[in-house]
Design a protein around this ligand. Structure first.
Ligand code: 13P
Ligand code: SF4
Length: 361
């Protein structure tokens, strides 16, 4: 069957989309599961069967028996769903342009180049590669091949602790901040966490710096979380001396050092919602999550305030909208799969190995 074209959907009103989406979801029944990341827009998230952070959604993808896993998130999340699900299941990303700009800051050629240089400089075995789940499948496969694993913002400390029991050093990509914030909380001195600048020979580092390092951090970052600044926290504390601060570990070290709580998107929500009535929170993560959380918190007598005066939203996650979701579901209704995410089997096998090492921790 020829796929229904996306241009038929782009001019539909939200009301038209809503009534057709309800119908499509009902008809597809338990053949379909919709997973939604916490950064997704309100109008889309209401169709998700499960909402969560990357770790929770990876586990759900692995457990789901549904034939179609529609991922309202970004590309790497749909890849993980494909890798962890069975061959009879298909992961679908409603808009293929929904990537992650941080994930794009590391690629296999540059990581292999760094790996070769590190092996020549430090010898064959002292370094373990760890990739943040925000990365392409071939980088997860690279970690699988070299004895490494994957981490998410909720298990980074457990993963790094395990990793440093396996080998002396970790090459951590692509998010320098998650690596540094986690290492800092583990008590690793800042001079033992170095930045590998992938555009410089030897990562821009001297041999003694590399020899002393425990964590070699890729020079990547999230363009959304880098907007939060320590001055945002200082101003909040001046206005609300008893207020509390919660931040995502993709924020810079100076923000995380000043936060009362650091955690994944799921932990941020749990922290605010389980706090006593009257608590006033400053929240350092993506705008859609905070906006929704502020409404839920208000209903239970708490306050959640966005950390920045700049409107920081994940513009790639935002690409998943009602027309794209409807387009995918109505195609499924007529038996056509649009936008399947299918990781080549050799890459998937090694990436699965790395992910399973993580899930076993
Ligand atoms: P979480 O795993 O905390 O949901 O984070 C994913 C992400 O991309 C944050 O920017
Ligand atoms: Fe990637 Fe940042 Fe968006 Fe998270 S918020 S998906 S790290 S670009």
């Amino acid at each position: 069957m020829t796929p229904l074209p996306i241009h038929n959907y782009l001019s539909l009103t939200p009301e038209q989309c809503h009534s057709r989406l309800q119908n499509a979801k009902q008809q597809l029944g338990n053949h379909l599961i919709i997973l939604g990341h916490h950064y997704q827009r309100d109008e889309v998230i209401q169709y998700a069967d499960h909402v969560g952070d990357s770790l929770k959604l990876s586990r759900l993808a692995a457990q789901s028996g549904a034939r179609y896993i529609v991922f309202c998130g970004v590309h790497f999340m749909a890849e993980v769903a494909d890798i962890l699900s069975s061959p009879q299941q298909t992961a679908i990303l409603p808009d293929l342009a929904a990537g992650c700009s941080m994930a794009d800051m590391a690629n296999l050629a540059k990581v292999e180049d760094a790996w070769d240089q590190l092996s020549k400089l430090l010898g064959p075995d002292p370094v373990l590669p760890i990739t943040y789940i925000n990365s392409a499948a071939d980088l997860k496969a690279f970690c699988g091949k070299h004895g490494g694993t994957v981490c998410t913002s909720s298990n980074a400390q457990a993963v790094l602790t395990w990793s440093l029991q396996q080998r002396q050093k970790v090459l951590f990509f692509p998010d320098q901040h998650l690596g540094r914030n986690t290492g800092y909380r583990m008590g690793i001195p800042l001079n033992e966490m170095v930045i590998w600048d992938f555009d410089q020979p030897q990562g821009g580092l001297t041999l003694p710096q590399l020899q002393a390092a425990k964590l070699i951090l890729w020079d990547g970052y999230c363009s959304v979380h880098q907007l939060f600044q320590p001055t945002d926290i200082e101003h909040f504390r001046q206005r609300h001396p008893t207020g509390k601060v919660v931040a995502h570990p993709e924020c810079c070290l100076e923000v995380c050092q000043q936060a009362d709580v650091i955690g994944s998107t799921e932990k941020i929500i749990e922290t605010v919602m389980s706090s006593p009535p009257g608590t006033h929170w400053l929240v350092g993560t993506e705008w859609h999550l905070v906006n929704r959380l502020a409404r839920q918190a208000q209903a239970t007598g708490k306050k959640a305030e966005f950390m920045s005066s700049t409107h920081c939203q994940c513009s790639t996650m935002y690409r998943i909208d009602l027309p794209h979701l409807l387009w995918v579901l109505e195609n499924l209704q007529q038996g056509t799969i649009v936008n399947p995410i299918s990781v080549p089997s050799e890459i998937a096998a090694l990436a699965r190995l790395a992910l399973q090492r993580m899930l076993a921790l």
